[in-house]
Structures are given as C-alpha cells and as structure tokens.
Design a protein around this ligand. Structure first.
Ligand SMILES: CC(=O)Nc1ccn([C@H]2C[C@H](O)[C@@H](CO)O2)c(=O)n1
Length: 102
C-alpha cells in the first residue's frame, strides 16, 4: 500500500516515541484534513513505519515560528528554521501539520 506522507529517516525515532508531533510543509502538502489517517514512510526508501492522525493544519510564515513549535519538533528554534530553509529555499509560507501517533 502507498504511503501518504514521508519524513527524512533521521526524524523517524522522534516520531515513534512521540517527541516530534508536528511537521512544517509547503502548500503542496497542505491538503490533509483534520481526522485523516496517514501512512507514514521514510523519504529515502519510502519504507512504511507508522500511521498518524491529523489534529490540525495551520498556515504560518517562517517569522511566526516560536519556541513552542521547536519544542513540538524536538529541536531548537534556530535549528528548526535552518532545517526548513534548507528543505524549502526561498519559501516563506508554510503549514503546521499537527499529528498524533496511532
Ligand atoms: C519531501 C519533504 O519535504 N520532506 C520533508 C519535509 C519536512 N520534514 C521535516 C523536517 C522538519 O522536522 C519538519 C519541518 O519541515 O518536517 C521531513 O521530514 N521531510
């Protein structure tokens, strides 16, 4: 069965133990709806590793990110901003996808 969303392999363990409960994506991955159950795979190999349930999808800009978002990503705010800027260069409009592990 196909996965619905992927994460870089390095985030897999944090997701599986509940330390990472949000992801910040661009508009191309903003179509998920509250209550959707998504199969999650690794970006590198598309290997399935868990199922998540969408709690909310909220628009945000890079400047609006706070320490609370960083905590929900299990990283510092400066690391979070760098990760996002590396993945999405020249983009400023994002969506915070809050999820729970099923
Ligand atoms: C294809 C793609 O964009 N994949 C992504 C995007 C983001 N993430 C992680 C990185 C950070 O922890 C947050 C914020 O973007 O989400 C990812 O694992 N894979």
């Amino acid at each position: 069965m196909q996965n619905d969303i992927t994460f870089y392999q390095r985030f897999k363990s944090d997701i599986l133990v509940g330390l990472k409960v949000i992801t910040i994506r661009d508009r191309s991955e903003s179509h998920f709806k509250v209550g959707d159950k998504l199969r999650v795979g690794t970006f590198e190999t598309d290997e399935y590793f868990c199922t998540i349930k969408i709690i909310s999808v909220t628009p945000i800009t890079l400047e609006q990110l706070t320490e609370e978002h960083a905590k929900q990503e299990n990283m510092t705010l400066s690391d979070l901003k760098k990760v996002i800027s590396d993945i999405y260069p020249n983009e400023n409009h994002f969506f915070v996808i809050h999820f729970s592990l099923l």
